[in-house]
Structures are given as structure tokens and as C-alpha cells.
Design a protein around this ligand. Structure first.
Ligand SMILES: [Zn+2]
Length: 350
């Protein structure tokens, strides 16, 4: 079950209703503005998020859209540009938004490079001037992000209004769901710096893993192995590797008791063959790196409850969202990095 929006079959705005999980309405941090990250120029240069915080706060004033929605839109755009660098080259320097020329200037605009706010408006382009230089420029960070947020804010600034604005802009449910998920993560933690990671089981314990990505599997026909197996005893805690939102939880014939967590890189982290879940973790919950979500087991390869068809291990996979479908990639190098970083931190503490 996905806790975000119902499937939209009829593509009409009038018949569409997108409701948010109640938990978003009660997110612990609901302030409209982000706390300033820095006070001085030197601090600003040392903090890569300082420019973004300033920009999001400024756009919040201009559009009434809360900062965590603006941050979520910008971050979603950034993740899609990252996986489609050819069709979505960088336009701004701080902002991750991509808007193509036609959409910016208006489809019927004879001047595809138009930067005049007046004629862009006339041709129903979305380009706007927000940095005050009289030009609506696709390469200006402020103009770029403002133009997108402004278009979405045309439907209003409540959570439901924003969901409708997002749907009108992207015309697909996946994009709306992603931006909603990102907004909830940002709102919960009240900051942008949410890219720390943890190894999926407590380091220093008895476990073993090696690179097993792409090898054959025996059960369920011909499938290649999309992940890394971490062999450990039954009951070793399984932890979230990232800041993220629980997207999936429950039985799957292949993965057994499994849990799926979405992070701000738009990666889906998949943990399978668990013996059980931490009772406090449910679909829609926001988690942080190192937080226990379940325990190592040997569930899977059959009907719900099947166990012991193979030695206990955690199957850990990571999938990258490419916009309309997902792509698995080898998590082994990341696992090695996270494990080393944690061992180092532990060593420094002793
Ligand atoms: Zn596996």
C-alpha cells in the first residue's frame, strides 16, 4: 500500500482529488521559513546549503509556499536531472530545476529564446522575472525556481492545493508522490543537510558480505541478483541507511518480509528476508540513518510466513528513480564506504 495519492485514471483536473497523509498536516516542524544557516560570508562559503536556504526563504515570501515544499520541488528536479543529464542539462548554478525552452517561453512563442516577461506571459510561457533585472532568464537561479514554484502556487498554498499544482505541472502521480515524500522529510527535520548514511547492520558485529550484484538466482525463474547479501545471524538489527520515508512494508513472495525506504536522492532502499519489523515503523513514517527498522531473518521464497529456505541474511538493494521507471544499481561500493566511515567514527570515540 502506498500512502500518498490515489491512482488517477481519468486525467481531468475536476475529477481529481489528491489527499495527503494526515501525518503531513501534523509534521513536527511547520515553520514557513528555514533558520538561517550562517551569519558571515566565510560561513556561507563553507556551507553549500546557505545559498539554497536564502533562496527558499525568499521564494516563500514571494509565493506563500512553505520552504519544505520549495526545497522538495528543487531536490526532485535535481534528482531527475542527475539521471537524465543529456535532456536536462544544468541551467542554474544553485538550483536543480530544468524547464525546457518551449515551456519557458510558451509553445506558440515565435521566439524560443524569449526573455521578455510580458511576451512570455502573452504566450502562456511559465518564465518569470524574480531577481528584478527585467528579464525572465532560464539561467538565473532565482528566475528559474521562482517560475516553477509560481506556476504551482497558482492553485493555492495549502498542502492539498500544492499537490494539485504539482499534478497539473508534472501530469503524473509518481512525480507528485516524490515531491510529497521529500517535503515530509524536510519538514520533519527542519534542515537541508540530510545525506548522512549508516551501514544497514550495526558495524563491528558478526556479519559477512561480498559483491554479489548481477549473479544468477535459483528461485522464481531467471532473475539477476539486484543487491548485496549480508549474511548474519537471525535477529541482528536492520537499520535504515538514510534519511527517508517508508514507502513499502509487508510480504513479497521473493523478498519475504521486506521494507522499502525512499531517500532525498530519489533512491529506493530495499531490505528483504527480515524476521520481523520494528513495531514503531510504518508506511509513511520518516526515518533517519541508523534507526532500527527490523531484524535479519530468512523469510521469503513462498507464501506469507515462509522461512528457512536459505541461510539467514539481509538482502539490500538500491533502485534509482529515472522518472517513469526504476533502475537497480550495485550498492556494494556504497556499503563499503558507509561501513568504513562508521568504523572510523566508532574508533575515534574509543
Ligand atoms: Zn540477495
Amino acid at each position: 500500500m502506498k500512502l500518498t495519492i490515489p491512482l488517477v485514471t481519468a486525467i481531468t483536473a475536476a475529477s481529481m482529488f489528491i489527499s495527503l497523509p494526515a501525518s503531513l498536516a501534523h509534521a513536527s516542524i511547520r515553520s514557513e521559513q528555514l533558520p538561517a544557516a550562517v551569519e558571515t560570508q566565510a560561513e556561507a562559503e563553507a556551507n553549500p546549503y546557505a545559498l539554497r536556504i536564502e533562496l527558499y526563504n525568499k521564494l516563500n515570501v514571494l509565493t506563500d509556499i512553505p520552504w519544505y515544499w520549495i526545497a522538495a520541488i528543487d531536490q526532485y528536479e535535481r534528482t531527475i536531472s542527475k539521471v537524465k543529464p543529456k535532456s536536462r542539462p544544468p541551467l542554474g548554478s544553485t538550483v536543480g530545476v530544468f524547464i525546457d525552452q518551449e515551456r519557458w517561453a510558451g509553445i506558440l512563442n515565435p521566439d524560443a529564446q524569449d526573455s521578455s516577461p510580458l511576451s512570455i506571459r502573452f504566450f502562456d510561457g511559465i518564465g518569470r522575472d524574480a531577481d528584478g533585472d527585467g528579464q525572465a532568464e532560464r539561467t538565473s537561479d532565482v528566475d528559474l525556481l521562482y517560475s516553477l514554484v509560481n506556476r504551482i502556487s497558482a492553485y493555492g498554498a495549502t498542502d492539498d492545493d500544492i499537490a494539485i499544482g504539482l499534478w497539473q505541472y508534472y501530469q503524473n502521480n509518481r512525480s507528485v508522490q516524490r515531491v510529497q515524500q521529500f517535503a515530509r522529510i524536510y519538514a520533519k527535520f527542519g534542515k537541508l543537510d540530510l545525506f548522512e548514511h549508516a551501514f544497514p547492520v550495526p558495524v563491528g558485529n558478526n556479519y559477512a558480505y561480498k559483491s554479489t550484484w548481477g549473479t544468477g538466482r535459483s528461485w522464481g525463474g531467471r532473475r539477476t541478483h539486484e543487491g548485496t547479501d549480508i549474511f548474519a545471524n537471525h535477529g541482528l538489527p536492520v537499520r535504515s541507511t538514510c534519511y527517508g520515508v517508508v514507502e513499502v512494508k509487508g510480504w513479497n513472495p521473493f523478498g519475504g518480509w521486506r521494507i522499502g525506504i525512499r531517500d532525498l536522492n530519489n533512491f529506493y532502499h530495499y531490505y528483504a528476508h527480515l524476521s520481523g519489523y520494528d513495531k514503531t515503523v510504518n508506511v509513511g513514517d520518516i526515518v533517519k540513518p541508523g534507526q532500527i527498522v527490523g531484524w535479519v531473518g530468512s523469510s521469503g521464497y513462498g507464501k506469507p510466513g515462509t522461512q528457512g529456505k536459505f541461510p539467514p541474511h539481509l538482502h539490500y538493494g538500491v533502485y534509482s528513480d529515472r522518472g517513469l521507471f526504476e533502475w537497480s544499481f550495485d550498492p556494494y561500493p556504497m556499503l563499503k564506504r558507509w561501513e568504513q566511515a562508521e568504523l572510523k567514527r566508532l574508533g575515534a570515540r574509543n
